[in-house]
Design a protein around this ligand. Sequence first.
Ligand code: PRT
Ligand code: MG
Length: 213
Amino acid sequence: MSDKITIAVSKGRIYDEAVPLLAKLGIVLIDDPNKSRKLILDTNQANIKILIIRATDVPTYVERGAAELGIAGKDVLMEYSGDSLYEPVDLGIAKCRMMLAGLKDAKPVTDRPRVVTKYTNITRNYFADRGQQVEIIKLYGSMELGPVLGLSDWIVDLVDTGNTLKANGLVTLDHIADISSRLIVNKAAMKMKNALIKPIITQLSDIVENNGS
Ligand code: PRT
Ligand code: MG
């Protein structure tokens, strides 16, 4: 059995908030992804590497065992269609809310409102639960433009400060889910490398419960 552990993380806000958490476990990055083009980063522990990939790819790498562990937003996990991942710890980082939003001075919507989003599964489930017919239009970014340019009535997107919505004349209409990042674990690795993975889970849970101290 290999004693190597690879942790998949996305660059940006998750990486920025994950680094201090990992440091509390004694896992310290040697390479800086903001200065290096390396995608597999060394840490101070010879058997632990950090993989830097796109946020939406993290569940795929972990489910298929290319990485034993990963850190992924609940939004990405809710949208992901695979179902064989363990999700043992809510890390409480990169927090935001999944919201339905629309134009501030919107006209009443038609019987089949159009919704732009990059989260088509979450949006489909949300409206199915409410028994409301909608037309879902997939976009990969700048969702806020949908209602502004008449592409859609509503958007489903993540909101943190609310500044992006406000700057585009949009208001929130409903709260769909609270979002934070989770530790995810490959199922086979959980069995095969339990001696390495279990302490990481336990320590991370303790750190999060004690509010990061
Ligand atoms: O950028 P890339 O396409 O590679 O991937 P990504 O956009 O998924 O990565 P990144 O780093 O932007 O987001 C990673 C994770 O951070 C997401 O999956 C969420 O779990 C989490 N997160 C937390 C957020 C936000 N807060 C957030 N505010 N992700 C995105 N946003 C965006 C939001 O989509 C909107 O465009 O920020 C804007 C709104 O912010 P406010 O502060 O103006 O409300
Ligand atoms: Mg982004």
